[in-house]
Design a protein around this ligand. Structure first.
Ligand SMILES: Cc1ncc(COP(=O)(O)O)c(C=O)c1O
Length: 408
């Protein structure tokens, strides 16, 4: 077979030995491709960047059997009936593209925050303060090139493990600062951040520890770093921390990300938001519209509106999760677990000396209970346990008790 390219006729595929060997590059998973394509695949087509990426690994979504699934911080309750009705109704419009600005969702979020935080006057939020994305992970992915390209970004050593992955993908330098021994933040080291740092990612409450900063502490960080962008990831804020949403018209260096995956039961629909001053949101819009006009689809927009409108369902499910968390925390402490005080829908626990965290993880998994174990420095002696329904947590506690009894 021949191919014509720029007037030159070449044999295709080239005869063996007719091309120069590619230079040696680091071994990566792409080089171990299967079958007849394995030779130098990376050097032929795949960029050096893609070849060196180490992707984020989300919590397991097992298919082998039914587990008590406490490993990915999903909400154990179904979406509100109003959300399901809104999704069903919106299916009638699926032949039409969605609103690229997702205005209905922006307005519903603004109305929710103005009411719940009693914002008015200059502090009141409007649609221009909100950006809607395909989950907050996607919004974080937009934040890197929009604000930190060619700059340096700071975040703690123990935090959401997607942050360093995006830094590698978007080639943003990182300044990683250690949390204290008890996983709290050493605020004085951030007042201000080092001169060459352009901004900071602050997960509040932090994952996987569940520890939260108070609003007054966020304000101090913002004040001390007026020339740096402080991004507060509030994925779990509704379970016990204070949102900084009421500060975005006061601080142009504050950008918040939130998700509907946790407190609003919509992990499967993919919807998240960013909250910031108009200028920051416009910058995100520009980058989003240079990538894909329709990151939020019709069903996600309809679900987001209904989820923000159904305040009662949100409050009652959120409160039940908080009550369940407090009960499980007390029960585990009674069994000599070290449990960090959590403001999230998960707890980060260190088992008693008789069993290692990894062993407990495996034993729980073998008995049908899935939690999350991170084999990483400083946290390999802990497990992260998502708070499920009271029934699920009863099973979890009974299974833990059984395992500990077998160890003693
Ligand atoms: C801290 C944190 N931020 C952001 C996300 C992303 O949420 P989503 O993309 O589902 O909105 C997660 C998901 O687990 C998270 O733990």
């Amino acid at each position: 077979m021949t191919r014509k390219s720029a007037g030159i006729i070449r044999a295709f595929p080239p005869e063996a030995g007719s091309e120069k060997d590619s230079p040696e590059l680091p071994v990566c998973i792409h080089c171990v491709a299967v079958g007849r394509f394995e030779r130098n695949l990376m050097t032929r087509f795949i960029s050096e960047l893609a070849g060196t990426l180490v992707p984020y690994v989300p919590g397991e979504q097992p298919k082998d059997k039914k587990y008590v699934k406490l490993n990915t911080n999903e909400n154990p309750y179904p979406p509100s009936p109003a959300v399901l009705r809104a999704i069903r109704k919106e299916t009638e419009n699926l032949r039409l593209y969605p609103d690229p600005d997702a205005d209905a969702a922006r307005e519903a979020a603004a109305a929710y925050y103005n009411e719940s935080l009693s914002l008015d006057g200059d502090a009141a939020l409007d649609r221009g303060n909100f950006f809607i994305g395909n989950g907050s992970d996607e919004i974080l992915a937009f934040i890197y090139p929009t604000f930190f390209k060619g700059k340096k970004l700071a975040f703690p050593d123990i935090t959401y493990s997607f942050y360093p992955v995006y830094a590698a993908l978007f080639e943003v330098d990182c300044e990683i600062f250690p949390l204290k021994e008890d996983f709290s933040m050493d605020l004085e080291t951030l007042m201000p951040l080092p001169a060459d740092v352009a901004g900071m990612l602050l997960c509040n409450p932090n994952a996987p520890t569940g520890r939260a900063l108070e609003l007054a502490e966020i304000r101090r960080i913002l004040e001390a770093n007026r020339e740096r962008l402080i991004v507060v990831d509030e994925a779990y804020v509704d379970f016990g921390a204070e949102t900084a949403a009421g500060l975005v018209n006061e601080y142009d260096n504050l950008l918040i990300t939130q998700t509907l995956s946790k407190s609003r039961q919509l992990a499967g629909i993919r919807s998240g938001l960013a909250i910031g001053c108009h200028e920051l949101i416009q910058a995100l819009d520009t980058v989003k519209n240079s990538f894909n006009s329709y990151t939020a689809d019709r069903l996600a927009i309809a679900a987001t509106v209904a989820a923000f409108e159904d305040r009662d369902y949100f409050h009652s499910t959120r409160n039940t999760i908080i009550e369940t968390r407090d009960h499980v925390t007390a029960e585990l402490r009674r069994m000599d677990f070290d449990v960090i005080e959590s403001s999230a829908n998960f707890i980060f626990v260190k088992p008693p000396a008789m069993i290692r965290a990894e062993q407990l993880f495996t034993e729980l998994r073998n008995r049908g209970v899935l939690v999350r174990y991170f084999n990483k420095p400083r946290i390999s002696d802990r497990l992260r346990v998502t708070i499920g329904t009271p029934e699920q947590m009863k099973t979890f506690l009974a299974t833990v008790r059984e395992i500990l009894e077998e160890c003693s």
